[in-house]
Design a protein around this ligand. Structure first.
Ligand code: HEM
Ligand code: HEM
Length: 177
């Protein structure tokens, strides 16, 4: 096979912006994390009651299951988004920003992906295999995730308004370069 038969290696950045799938999944994950922010106390109550064999009310059970389902959806959404990214590439980091800022963004994104995958897995292991230590690991990842999200949002706003890039438009409008 000649080089020209496959001119675009899979690891090359997209020449277009984020795909519709990637944009939709980004904002789906944001909504699901907000849901987890709201419902996590019920999950903790359901977890404690289940381990102690005590009764829980209907609201705790409902919100506990919302936590399990929303958390599992985060795992699926993050994996699909990563697949899309590796299969089709991502838009290049903006040329207007300094290299250190692009590297900070890369590291932050990598750590966010790691937690979005490891945290639900630890939760699922805790719940379905009833392993308390997995629950503790799950809990430990929450504060780092919140800090990383804070850094990510500040970073995105800095990229947009300080370094005068168009990153905000491209995470809202698929195909924006
Ligand atoms: C739960 C909250 C959030 C999470 C977990 C999250 C996570 C991510 C991840 C993992 C990426 C992918 C980067 C890549 O694949 O290379 C990304 C991209 C991006 N996010 Fe978020 N994000 C969140 C909230 C926000 C918010 C509120 C904003 C707006 C201020 C935002 C703006 C962006 C932008 C602009 C990009 C694209 C950067 C680029 O094109 O270089 N994110 N986000
Ligand atoms: C990224 C997705 C998820 C996020 C952000 C998240 C977030 C949280 C938070 C903030 C807590 C409370 C920690 C505390 O203050 O004690 C919690 C507890 C818990 N979550 Fe999740 N969760 C996610 C996915 C899941 C999934 C898929 C399950 C599967 C069953 C799950 C099961 C649990 C359990 C069992 C607890 C109680 C752990 C303990 O108290 O030791 N979570 N989760």
């Amino acid at each position: 096979m000649t080089a020209s038969a496959n001119p675009t290696p899979v690891s090359a950045p997209r020449s277009t912006g984020w795909s519709s799938l990637s944009v939709a999944l980004h904002w789906t994950i944001v909504v699901l994390i907000i849901v987890q922010f709201i419902d996590h106390e019920w999950m903790v109550d359901m977890w404690r009651a289940t381990r102690r064999g005590t009764e829980i009310d209907a609201a705790t059970e409902t919100w506990g299951w919302v936590h399990i389902i929303a958390g599992t959806l985060v795992l699926v959404a993050a994996l699909v988004r990563l697949w899309d990214r590796f299969a089709h590439g991502r838009p290049p980091y903006p040329a207007e920003e300094p290299t250190w800022a692009s590297w900070l963004a890369r590291i932050t994104h990598g750590l966010i992906y790691a937690i979005l995958i490891l945290m639900p897995i630890a939760g699922l292991v805790a719940w379905f295999l009833v392993i308390g230590e997995a629950g503790e690991v799950h809990e430990l990842m929450w504060t780092p995730l919140l800090i990383l999200i804070g850094l990510h949002v500040v970073g995105a706003l800095a990229q947009q308004f300080w370094f005068k890039t168009n990153v905000l438009k491209r995470i809202f409008v698929p195909g924006t370069v």
